[in-house]
Structure formats: structure tokens, C-alpha cells
Design a protein around this ligand. Structure first.
Ligand SMILES: Nc1ncnc2c1ncn2[C@@H]1O[C@H](COP(=O)(O)OP(=O)(O)OP(=O)(O)O)[C@@H](O)[C@H]1O
Ligand SMILES: [Mg+2]
Length: 389
């Protein structure tokens, strides 16, 4: 670890959404010069960054030209043109995490193969080329219901995932290269965020429990610490540490797990970037996930992940019946609740289920935090002045 002068470093982020916004706030604290690439010139971090480039991060030359301006490049999204990143690495730009890791993670099939090859627990799976390939296997009897189909590439927030329970769901089968997994009888979904720096130092955050909104198929709220046994906690954290080490990865890795009804742990998927399940660390841990990623990419010692207090995080989703200029109802009532920390991402237009912000509730007692979260769910609505359905 040499001498690091953050004041003279240029750091680039692809893209400029809410995760970048929270990263930039910490980067600014350390006087880093920040660069953002995003197709939307009204993205969440546009007003905060020192330099903004409007452009498509799926385009090789755009990624390359953006990256040439900075010393260090990292990302908050996965769907980036990897060839552009690889060219930058060849020309001496520090792209962290390494584009080879991003390339593997972009493909859910390659992820699953990686887990299997290194004996990490994950639901059994097969590859399929297209819909007709799946139908053929069902007809032959080699594929039985229920199963979970996932597009190998391009899915997010549950798009690209189809749960097929019976013949009645056949129309929901996606016609794209996919992995088909055994359906796990899920008792809980948890997440572990782990970081590793160049020296090989590894730190993971206390485990988070995800609670889903079945209608939106998005995380409704999450709670930390997760209500799981000490053995399950140890197992999940051990797997996270082994995984980031096995990938020889520098950066931040979020790993989603299932715990099944028998109590066994399976890896679902991973993301090599800050994650929705780590927002609360801003207020509830000594080091936030955003600071930890910056520490890792800057080749700094990692920070302590110790919890300062339990926390619940709720996503502020656009009301299903509203679309248009955004309005936050009852914000002042939420602000009056002790330990409620409101984050608005700055998206000017709300749409049904759009992620508009989040609230983290810290309380020394997790049950109190959950009760406050319920109250905030009732109070805070993301609507539009114009109610055009
Ligand atoms: N094998 C499985 N068995 C049962 N349920 C599953 C399985 N795989 C996924 N699911 C359910 O589908 C959800 C979405 O799956 P996954 O996390 O792979 O998709 P995603 O599009 O990457 O979602 P996100 O971006 O929200 O993380 C999971 O959180 C889980 O509830
Ligand atoms: Mg997921």
C-alpha cells in the first residue's frame, strides 16, 4: 500500500443512478474528482458529480472514451460493454472489479457453472437455448414442474425470471438462452455484502434479511441483523469470503442466498457492485458499503463493518396508480419519527413501482424499527400531482 493521495485522483463511475449518488457523496468527502457516464442527463447523480458524460455504456467506444479520462473506474450496474472495459485495462486504467469478473457475472449461466465447479451450494440447473428446447424436455419428461427459468443475460429486478408451476404457465416461458433451476422451497432470502482489497484483506457486513413485495416482485423491506441461527450466519459469511477469494476479486460483492425450509443455504446470485441490500449501512454501520467499495478500489485498508444499531430499510416505490411529476405524501410526518433517515434519489417522474428512494430506520431494538417501518409504509406515498392512470 503506497501513499494514496485521493485529492489528486480521478475516479469514474458507470452509471449515474442512486448507487452512484451514494458513492459520490463519499468520494466527495475524500476530495476525489468524480466522473459519471449515464445515458440520462437527469440521472440521480448528475447534479453531484464534477464531470458528467451523457452516453450509452453498452457501447464499446463510449465506455472506452469515458474511461480514458480517469485513473480508476468502477461501476454500479452490470450491463456494461465489457470489451470497452478490457481495452481500458490494457491501456493501464485501473478497472475495479476486473472486467473478466463482470463478464462472468453478466451471464447467470456462467455464474451457476462457477458455483458448481467450485462446490458452492446452489440449486441444480441446466442450460436451454430457447423456449422450444424447454418444451421438448417437458414433453419428454426430463424436465418436471415446478422450475425457475432465468434469462442468461439482461435480467434485473425480477425481469428475466419466470417461475413455471404447471402446464398453465407455459406461456410465461421466455424465448431466450436461459438457465432452468430447481425451485427451492424458500423460507428466507438473505444477502451478504463482502469486500476485498488488493492485499487480500476481506470484510463482510452483518447479514440482511430481504422481505419481498409479491405484487411488485421487488424487495419491500429488509432487516439487519437477519433472524437466522448463528450457524447459518457463519455458513453464509464463510461462503461469501470463500467466493470473493476464489474469484480473486477486488471490490464489493453482494451475494443473495436462499435458506430453504430445511434450513439449508443456497447461493442464488451475485452482483459485483453496491447493492440495494446495503443502503442501511450508511447509517447503521461504522463503514458503509459505499465507503468500503471506495476503500477497496483505492487500495486502502478496509473499514470496520461493525453494526452501530439494527436497521430496517424500505424502498420507496412509485404508487401503482400514479404516473407523472413526483410528490412525496406525508414526508414531514416521517421526518418526525426518531431514527428515520430519508433518501430521495432525485427522479422527477414517478411510475408504478419505480424505485424513487428509500428510508432507513435505525433503532437499538429491531422490533421497534420494524414497527416504525410499518408506520412509514402506511404514511409515505409516492404519488403524482396528476393522477393519470
Ligand atoms: N431457484 C429458485 N427457486 C425459487 N425461487 C427462486 C429461484 N430463483 C429465483 N427465485 C425467486 O425469484 C427472485 C428473483 O430471482 P433473481 O434474484 O435471480 O432475479 P433478478 O432479476 O436478478 O432479481 P434482482 O435484480 O431483484 O436481484 C428471487 O429473489 C426469488 O424470490
Ligand atoms: Mg436477485
Amino acid at each position: 500500500m503506497g501513499s494514496i493521495d485521493t485529492s489528486n485522483l480521478k475516479i469514474g463511475f458507470i452509471a449515474g443512478g442512486q448507487l452512484a449518488k451514494m458513492l459520490i457523496q463519499k468520494a466527495s468527502q475524500w476530495d476525489l474528482e468524480t466522473y459519471i457516464l449515464d445515458p440520462d442527463n437527469r440521472c440521480a447523480s448528475q447534479g453531484l458529480t464534477n464531470h458528467f458524460m451523457q452516453g450509452d455504456f453498452k457501447d464499446e467506444n463510449t465506455v472506452y472514451n469515458f474511461g480514458k479520462q480517469v485513473d480508476i473506474l468502477t461501476f454500479e450496474i452490470e450491463s456494461i460493454n465489457v470489451n470497452g472495459l478490457k481495452r481500458l485495462v490494457k491501456e493501464g486504467v485501473k478497472v475495479i472489479p476486473h472486467p473478466d469478473i463482470l463478464e462472468m457475472i453478466q451471464d447467470k449461466g456462467l455464474q451457476k457453472t462457477f458455483f458448481e465447479k467450485h462446490h458452492f451450494p446452489t440449486a441444480a440447473f441446466r442450460y436451454f437455448d430457447d423456449k422450444s428446447d424447454i418444451i421438448k424436455s417437458i414433453n419428454e419428461g426430463s424436465l418436471t414442474f415446478p422450475f425457475v427459468q432465468k434469462a442468461r443475460k439482461g435480467g434485473y429486478d425480477g425481469r428475466g425470471v419466470s417461475i413455471i408451476h404447471s402446464q398453465n404457465d407455459l406461456e410465461n416461458i421466455l424465448d431466450t438462452p436461459s438457465v432452468v433451476e430447481e425451485a427451492v422451497s424458500i423460507a428466507k432470502e438473505i444477502s451478504v455484502i463482502v469486500a476485498r482489497n488488493k492485499q487480500g484483506e476481506i470484510q463482510s457486513f452483518p447479514i440482511v434479511e430481504m422481505i419481498f413485495d409479491p405484487k411488485a416482485n421487488l424487495v419491500k423491506e429488509l432487516a439487519c441483523p437477519a433472524k437466522i441461527s448463528i450457524e447459518q450466519e457463519k455458513k453464509a459469511r464463510d461462503i461469501a469470503h470463500q467466493l470473493i477469494e476464489k474469484m480473486d476479486m477486488v471490490g464489493l460483492l453482494a451475494i443473495e442466498f436462499f435458506i430453504d425450509t430445511k434450513g439449508d443455504i443456497f447461493i442464488n446470485e451475485m452482483a459485483p457492485r453496491p447493492h440495494n441490500s446495503g443502503h442501511h449501512t450508511i447509517e447503521s454501520n461504522i463503514t458503509s458499503q459505499y465507503e468500503q467499495l471506495l476503500r477497496a478500489v483505492l487500495d486502502m485498508p478496509l473499514g470496520s463493518t461493525k453494526m452501530l444499531s439494527p436497521a430496517v430499510m424500505i424502498n420507496l416505490l412509485g404508487d401503482p396508480n400514479h404516473e407523472g411529476a413526483v410528490h412525496y405524501e406525508n414526508l414531514e410526518k416521517v421526518m418526525a419519527i426518531e431514527g428515520a433517515h430519508v433518501h430521495l434519489y432525485g427522479k422527477k417522474i414517478t411510475r408504478p413501482f419505480r424505485k424513487m428512494g428509500h428510508v432507513t430506520i435505525t433503532d437499538n431494538n429491531l422490533e421497534n424499527a420494524l414497527a416504525k417501518a410499518e408506520k412509514i409504509h402506511q404514511l409515505l406515498k409516492v404519488t403524482s400531482w396528476k393522477t393519470d392512470r
